[in-house]
Each structure stands twice: as C-alpha cells, then as structure tokens.
Ligand binder design. Structure first.
Ligand SMILES: NC(=O)c1ccc[n+]([C@@H]2O[C@H](COP(=O)([O-])OP(=O)(O)OC[C@H]3O[C@@H](n4cnc5c(N)ncnc54)[C@H](OP(=O)(O)O)[C@@H]3O)[C@@H](O)[C@H]2O)c1
Length: 332
C-alpha cells in the first residue's frame, strides 16, 4: 500500500520564462522501508528545500549544460535538509541530519549519496558561494570598493557582510525599497540603490563610486555588467557568480564594453561553488566566530509546504523573495 508522498513534479520543460504550470503537485505513495538488497542507500524525511536560480537550467531541455536536465514526470531535484529514517549506508544512521540532493517530495529514497553530507551546520551552498567567490576570486584588501548586484539575496547579503568585515566600502543594488533598507540597515552596507528606479546604471554607479569599483560580485549580468565594466578601476576583479537577468531569455544579451578588461587589466572569472566545497572547514572557521558574535546575520524567506514550492521557486526570477528562499516541507 505504502504511505502518502506528496511530490512536486516537472510537468513540462521550461521554455522562456518559467511558469507554475511547468510544475505540478502530485499525490503518490512510497514504501517507508529501504528495499531488500538495496545497499548504501538512505530513506529520508525531507524537512527544508532550497530554492536556487540554477534549478531553472535543469528544468530546461538543454544539451551540454553544466547540470543535467531533470526528468519529466519525476520530482524536481534540489538541495535539502532531511532526517534519516532508515539507512543501509555505513556512514548514516537513523535520525542523522543530511544535506544534499533530494526530491521535492515528503520522503526520498537516496541511492547515490555522493552529493550528500552529514550534519549540516550552516547553509552550505549560498555561504560557500559567497566565501569562495569573494575571498578566492576577488582577493579583497582593506579600503577597496566593492559592488554587489542582487545584493539582498541568499549569496549577496553574505558577500556584502564579508566585504564590510574586510574593511571595504560596499554598495549593493536590489529591486525594491525594502531590500535597499535591509542592505543599509541590517547588513551594514555603506550604501544601496534600487536598480529598477535607475534609468542609467552608469550614472547610478558614478554616484556611489566616483573613483571606480575595485571588486564587482556579479549576480545579474546584462545591462548592469555593461555599466560596471565602464566603472571598474585598473586591476579590478569581477567574480562572475551568476547572471539571473539572462536565465529566462530565449536569446541571451550580448555584452558591450569588454574592452575595459584590456585597458584596465581587469580579471573577470566565473566559478561554480561545487569546485570549492573542500574549503568548507576554512569557511566555517572564518564565519562561525562572527555568527556567534552577531556580526554576521542572515535573512531567510520561508514558504510553507510543498503546495507553495513552485511559486517560491519562480519568485526568485521576479525578486519576490527577500533573502534566502527556503521551502518548509516539515518542521518534524
Ligand atoms: N556560481 C555558483 O556556483 C552559484 C551558486 C549559487 C548562486 N549563484 C548565482 O548567484 C546569483 C544569486 O543567487 P541567490 O541564490 O543568492 O538568489 P537570490 O539573490 O536569493 O534570488 C534571486 C534574486 O535575483 C534578483 N533578480 C531576479 N531577476 C532579476 C533581473 N532580471 N535582474 C536583476 N536582478 C534580478 C531578485 O532580486 P531583486 O529584487 O534585487 O531584483 C531575486 O530576489 C544567481 O545569479 C545565481 O545563479 C551561483
């Protein structure tokens, strides 16, 4: 018979802008037991699911992308925090907490644990992304000027706080007045602006960076990147973390102003956080004392229940989320 297992499945591959109708909430059942002979597996109860912009790439039918397309009719896959109910894997026991790829469903049988970690202590992905992109790629120095786009989001809010701890001058852009207030009043940015109210990003950046930008933490791409290139300083660094303004476009924008890379000897480098997970202990060593002292804070946006998961994920692409978007499947 099995137990009820609500799932959010991918109904059709995304074409252009993602729609809620690309996903479907489905009632299914699952045996809450690891099947006979299924070694090295764990059965988990999913507690929290992470909504991340890269998931849109997996919801499209793309060849040669850095992540595989999801399977139609199967649950959306993403990072989650789950409780182990049963284990046939030597590293996991009943009641352990697990962080890794799980289905968007109440219970998941995980047969491949290579992307999973035990006992998640921190928000591993956004934190590691901010840490690796800022410290490893941007090599910040005290007194440098730092600009962050999508600055109030899961990654951006941490980059800004890391930059302040380094003694940098930090400005962020975000898409609403409330987010701008958050950047200035909660995360301690020196300044912030609402990019939706700016008709010319060049003018906006000159206002906040009259002497130019040393470090740009790129989350959005498009016109903002073009304007930043014009406002970079000599030997500036750009960590290309994401380009969310491009993800829903059938034809991505081209980028003007690239000659600045040569004339100003700018280092512009893309990265993927998964290549930096080995730095996790270093990240924790750096960040934990600051969290304990209260000088790093984190804002999360919780959507309650799998019923609200699809709209929470789509909210990332219209800026509805304030901080890290999480779906609560169960509070145990
Ligand atoms: N390289 C990696 O390994 C890695 C890992 C994680 C994330 N990322 C990238 O990092 C970026 C931020 O991710 P996140 O998880 O922290 O998400 P997030 O910032 O929490 O959420 C996405 C935000 O992007 C902004 N946005 C949406 N559409 C936009 C548009 N057309 N133009 C400008 N801003 C737009 C919205 O904020 P506003 O209200 O401010 O517009 C939205 O809240 C994304 O580009 C993501 O792909 C990369």
């Amino acid at each position: 018979m099995g137990s009820n297992n609500k799932q959010v499945i991918l109904k059709s591959y995304v074409n252009g802008s993602p729609k809620e109708s690309d996903m479907e909430l489905k009632a299914s059942t699952i045996e809450l037991k690891i099947p006979e002979g299924c070694n090295d597996a764990v059965l988990v109860k999913n507690l929290y699911l992470s909504c991340d912009p890269y998931m849109l790439g997996r919801m499209k039918k793309l060849d040669g992308h850095y992540v595989d397309s999801l399977t139609l009719g199967a649950p959306i896959i993403g990072y989650g925090v789950s409780r182990v109910m049963e284990s046939s894997h030597p590293d996991y026991e009943k009641d352990d907490l697990l962080w890794g790829f799980v289905g968007w469903e109440e219970y998941t049988l995980i047969t491949n644990l290579t992307t999973c970690f035990k006992n998640p202590t921190q928000r591993r992905m956004a934190g590691m992304t901010a840490y690796a992109g800022f410290f490893e790629l941007c090599t910040p120095k005290k007194g440098e000027t730092v600009f962050i786009s999508a600055a109030s989001g899961a990654v951006g809010q941490l980059v800004g706080q890391f930059a302040k701890l380094m003694g940098c001058y930090v400005v962020g852009s975000a898409g609403s007045k409330d987010k701008v207030d958050l950047l200035k009043n909660k995360f301690g940015f020196d300044n912030a602006f609402n990019y939706k109210e700016e008709s010319d990003y060049n003018v906006a950046l000159k206002r906040y960076f009259p002497d130019g930008i040393d470090i740009y933490f790129e989350n959005v791409g498009g016109k903002m990147l073009e304007a930043v290139l014009n406002n970079m300083r000599i030997h500036g660094r750009i960590a290309v973390c994401g380009m969310i303004s491009q993800y829903s476009l059938a034809q991505p924008d081209g980028v003007h102003n690239l000659f600045n890379l040569i004339s100003k000897r700018i280092k512009m480098e893309g990265f993927l956080v998964m290549e930096y997970y080995h730095l996790y202990p270093k990240f924790i060593e750096m960040v934990l004392p600051h969290i304990k002292k209260g000088d790093i804070t984190y804002v999360e946006d919780f959507a309650e229940g799998l019923e609200n998961a699809a709209s929470a994920l789509l909210g990332l692409f219209s800026g509805r989320n304030v901080g890290k978007q999480v779906v609560v499947v169960a509070r145990e």
